[in-house]
Design a protein around this ligand. Structure first.
Ligand code: OOG
Ligand code: MG
Length: 262
């Protein structure tokens, strides 16, 4: 840790205010260039505590920057994780209030719901498949609190990995009934295809993303509890949306999810 507790809490407040007041800020490493990974996650956990203390419910976890498309788009090289709270949840086919967001982008993601807990180190794809209750499709709306989505890894970790909204739905399937590596995904905006991908876009196998999450949490003395909903990261690059846009993501074998920006 290079930052003291007071600074961690102040940065958490600054970032969460940027989210709640919909006003972007410059990346926090500009003021704190010596900030380390522990500081970055400490700020994220402080934002999580602020939300839970206010009555929000923790509803899942997410991995970010797990596909080559995302890594290339953002110019950063390592997967990261964040949390999902009830405030982010919207219904499948439902409205996303554009005015509550700064500069939203959408990404299609394969999500897992676990029936048993997972812990690292050494967690692998086999463990994840054995612990998975079912797989569902998701669309995540990311909305970096940083001006023009410009950040480095530590800044984006502190900002809860740009998390803003998500929708899940489709139809749940057991992992043994699916070919997760070859699962085709089509992302559409206003009825037009804007991106396509396969499950293997995420770390070679989307379950590898959940395993990596268990291993990253293991280093912190934490685990993924049974019942957790986990989004494994955007399979394609993220696409900017405007008010009035409709987004649909179609996933082979597990159905589709959609949202519209109003
Ligand atoms: C960071 C969020 C990454 C994903 O799925 O890769 C993420 C960002 O690109 O702003 O949610
Ligand atoms: Mg994402």
């Amino acid at each position: 840790m290079s930052l003291d507790q007071k600074t961690i809490l102040a940065l958490a407040e600054r970032l969460e205010n940027a989210e709640l007041q919909r006003s972007d800020i410059v990346k926090i490493t500009d003021d704190h260039p010596d900030m380390d990974w522990e500081d970055a996650y400490a700020i994220q956990y402080a934002i999580r505590k602020r939300k839970l203390d206010r009555g929000s419910k923790l509803v899942g976890l997410k991995m970010g920057l797990t596909s080559f498309a995302k890594i290339k788009q953002m110019g950063v090289e390592e997967p990261i994780f964040g949390f999902l709270v009830s405030d982010y949840v919207r219904q499948d086919g439902g409205a996303i209030e554009f005015d509550q967001l700064i500069h939203p982008k959408v990404e299609a993601e394969i999500a897992f719901v676990l029936k048993s807990a997972l812990s690292g180190p050494g967690c692998h794809v086999g463990d994840v498949l054995a612990a998975t209750d079912f797989i569902v499709p998701a669309i995540e709306v990311i909305d970096s609190r940083y001006r023009d989505f410009k950040f480095d890894l530590k800044s984006v970790v502190a900002d809860n990995c740009s998390s803003a909204r998500f929708v899940t739905g489709g139809h749940a399937r057991k992992p043994q009934d699916l070919d997760l590596r070859n699962m085709g995904i089509v992302l559409e905006k206003n009825g037009e295809v804007i991106a396509t991908a396969a499950g293997a876009a995420v770390l070679g196998h989307p379950a590898a993303s959940v395993a990596m999450l268990a291993n990253m949490l293991g280093k912190r003395g934490e685990h993924i509890p049974a019942g957790t909903f986990v989004m494994t990261g955007g399979v394609t690059e993220a696409y900017a949306v405007a008010r009035g846009d409709s987004i649909t993501a179609r996933f082979q074998d597990i159905g589709s999810v959609s949202m519209r920006f109003t």
